[in-house]
Every structure is written in structure tokens, then in C-alpha cells.
Design a protein around this ligand. Sequence first.
Ligand SMILES: NC(=O)C1=CN([C@@H]2O[C@H](COP(=O)(O)OP(=O)(O)OC[C@H]3O[C@@H](n4cnc5c(N)ncnc54)[C@H](O)[C@@H]3O)[C@@H](O)[C@H]2O)C=CC1
Ligand SMILES: O=C(O)C(=O)Cc1ccc(O)cc1
Length: 301
Amino acid sequence: MSIERVAIIGLGLLGGSVGLAIAEHLPDVRTTAYDADPAVRRRAAERGLAGTVCETAGEAVTGADLVLFCVPVGAMAQAAAMIAGHLSGDAIVSDVGSSKQSVMEALREALPGRTVIPAHPVAGTEQSGPDAGFASLFRQRWCILTPPSNVDPAAIAELTRFWEALGAKVEIMDAAHHDLVLAVTSHIPHLIAYTIVGTASDLEEVTRSEVIKYSAGGFRDFTRIAASDPTMWRDVFLSNRDAVLEMLGRFNEDLTALQRAIRRGDGEALFDLFTRTRDIRRSIVEQGQDDARPDFGRKDH
Ligand SMILES: NC(=O)C1=CN([C@@H]2O[C@H](COP(=O)(O)OP(=O)(O)OC[C@H]3O[C@@H](n4cnc5c(N)ncnc54)[C@H](O)[C@@H]3O)[C@@H](O)[C@H]2O)C=CC1
Ligand SMILES: O=C(O)C(=O)Cc1ccc(O)cc1
């Protein structure tokens, strides 16, 4: 089977970017789409995020070879239930959610016996909604597939080719492992950003206005991340609870060790850590994964 029709459920940053990327890279593939919000459907049609924006989810998935859920992870189960009676027998069901174990369970429960291959394109911005998407979002970015062990390898190969056509690099991973890795590389960094910006906003008024006035690079970077969508991130933390709590435990221990080093005037401990962390940054830049590269095609750069 080859993918000739893709149904996109959810037309925000991710769904819109998938639609635009398909139009650019796979012009022969037809796209149909649905969003629960009528205002989003209207705007998506105006921007041409999909070939046809449908009035129901059932209509959007009828005849589709691939159905991609691009909704907050807490809405996956409900979105999947809406299409259960309309899906073609051999359609591949996938998603773009930021956590994978709970999404895999939700999709498999709502769509028993279907080919479900959860996926996570590790590509995004702090923006959301139908105006946020852009065709180059996935270029040179990882897309992690977390197929259950009984899935037909031909379907995995098909989905791999689809994401590669949109410019992504594909990696296959166990869903539980994905959730642990992403807890430390994405979910906890967002939690830290929400915390530090929240701490600043709790300061008394004079200090808070100084924080805004003198915000240097570090704090400004945190405010960008802390502007990310509240619904999406609430769902990520609730759905990836165990992995986030595990990594947060380690983080708290390391933070306490740093606090102790500062209190004791242990400059060597601080210097050693800061040297190790600089090496990590250097290897990320060497591997070409630095977001700030000018050719990355991000709208906010
Ligand atoms: N924002 C980011 O940077 C990234 C997000 N993701 C994942 O992608 C998914 C979508 O995120 P965004 O596109 O950023 O969110 P978004 O907020 O821009 O778009 C989500 C859309 O889903 C719609 N929706 C909600 N419930 C629905 C339902 N039951 N049926 C149909 N439509 C429904 C909303 O109306 C909204 O338009 C999330 O699961 C998120 O974890 C993955 C990678 C990056
Ligand atoms: O904007 C940023 O810095 C991000 O980290 C974007 C992002 C958000 C969620 C994901 O699951 C993947 C990427």
C-alpha cells in the first residue's frame, strides 16, 4: 500500500505544518482534515492547510490511507473514538503527540485491531493555532516512531517514508524509553521555564517590572518557552507523569548539590559542572542540531 490520502485531525501548529509540508513535498497526496473548533476550520481553509477541510471527523477519515491525530495528548482518546466507525480497514493510524505510552494505549483502546503506529516529530515552537504552521517545520528534525511489537513492518516502512518525504529523520524507539528521554530533554526544560517565569511574576511589582526591563538572554529564552500552549503542556505532564516524576527526582538532587556547592563556596564543583555542560552544547552544535542555524526555516528566527 502506498499513502495517497492523509486525514489530519487537529489543525493547529502541528496539523497545519503537516498539511503544508505534504502540499510542498508530496503534491500528489490528497489531504482532508477536521478540527473540533469551527473558527480553526475556517482559518485552516483560508490558509489552505489541507485540500479539504471537512465538517466532521468521520468525513475527513473516510477513504484515508493514513490518519494523523494532531490534537493535545489528552484529547487523543476522544478524537479516536469519533472516527472509529469511519476508518478504512487497512488505514495506518498515527499521531504527533509529545508523549507516547499513554497515547498508544488511548489509540489502541479506541481503535482495537487497527494498525496503530504512534509518532513524535521532535519539532515545534512556542506558537499554536492554525496561523502557526509552516511547511519546513520538520526539515532535518527527528521523528520518533514507537510501533507496538505486533505491527506489520511494511506499515512502519510506509510511515517512515512519509516522514522522510516531509524532511524528517526517522528513529524507531520503545514508547516507554521515548517518554523517559523526552521527559529530560523536553518536558522538564518546559517545567523549569514555567517555574522561573512564574517565580518572577510572583515578585512584588517594582522588582517584576525590573525583571522585564533588564531581562537578559537567559530569562528571555525561558519566557519564550513559558509562552507555550497551556492545554498542550498540561496534557503532556499529566500523561507522562511517571517519567517526569522520575527525572524530576534526579533533577532535584542535582539542584540541591549545586545549592550546597554555592553555600560552601565550592568553586571547583561549579566549574566542573559548567565545563561538562559546555561540552554537551558543543556536541549538539557539532551534530548540526542547533536551532539557531539560519537555514532552519523557523518563522520566529
Ligand atoms: N507545539 C509543539 O511544539 C509540538 C506539539 N506536539 C504535539 O502535537 C499535538 C498538537 O499540538 P499543537 O499543534 O502545538 O497544538 P495546537 O493547539 O496548535 O492545535 C491543536 C488543535 O487540536 C484541536 N482539537 C482539540 N481537540 C480536538 C478533537 N477532539 N478533535 C479535533 N480537533 C481537536 C484544537 O482545536 C486545535 O486547533 C500535541 O499532542 C502536542 O503534544 C509535538 C511536537 C511539537
Ligand atoms: O519550542 C521549543 O523550544 C520546543 O521545545 C518545541 C517542542 C515542543 C514539544 C515537542 O514535543 C517537541 C518540540
